[in-house]
Unconditional design. Sequence first.
Length: 271
Amino acid sequence: MHTHTNKSDGENLPEKVLNIYEKMGYTFLAITDHGIISDPDEYNTKLILFSGIEADCKGARHACIINMSKNNIIYSPEHSHQKLIDENINKGSIVVLNHPDWELKEHYPIDELYSLHNYHGIEIYNSVIERLSGTPLSSAKWDKLLSEGKKILGFANQDSHKQGDYLDCCNVVRIKNVTKKDIFESLITGNFYCYYGVEIIDVGRNGNEIFIKTKNAKLIRFIGFGGIVLKKIKSNEARIKFADDTVYRYIRIECLGVGEKISWTQPFFRE
């Protein structure tokens, strides 16, 4: 959902980028060069390609805009951030605010994230920031936004620019059919999880109970209002029930494996 080529500040030709992801076993990809709307029809690949752009908002903020068609992405570097979001949401695009904690100043201060509206989500993990200043993990800001009542999604993206950036940080969708339409629908509705090494076999909700089963988690944490750990269990599967308490306003799940392996679910809301 966030990768670059030498059409902007990436190292590799688009064809090489596509070849790398094909060999890694990926199913879908969006090329999101800075200021350039990618056209999937330009390339011959086995990958399902979405049109995308990393929009630079007056040079200060970066947002990924993804759509099934390049004709449905609106971009002008002079647009205000909110206008950029609104116009693309009206076109049915997915709008994700990128790497909130990049750089020591923070790319997106929390007050700015509070003030913006209608975007689908933020990057809760951006793996390229592992080699840059700041922090790749933005789950604390995610919890602040969720606790403020913003029902937004979390995305895990590579933001790949050069050879060492092609990792297993990605978004895994639940779909009935491997089609562009089904993948896009799952992404825009939050029917996916953020993967960085822990495979989730099943996750869902039965009434007031949330359940999760993984292949290789060693520790499962249920996170609630304000980032509070509601429950943690050393297992590869677990369950939790919503309680009539403020801290159970929402529940999201972190699945930790061996070493740095981790995956995140989307939040479940009590109401």
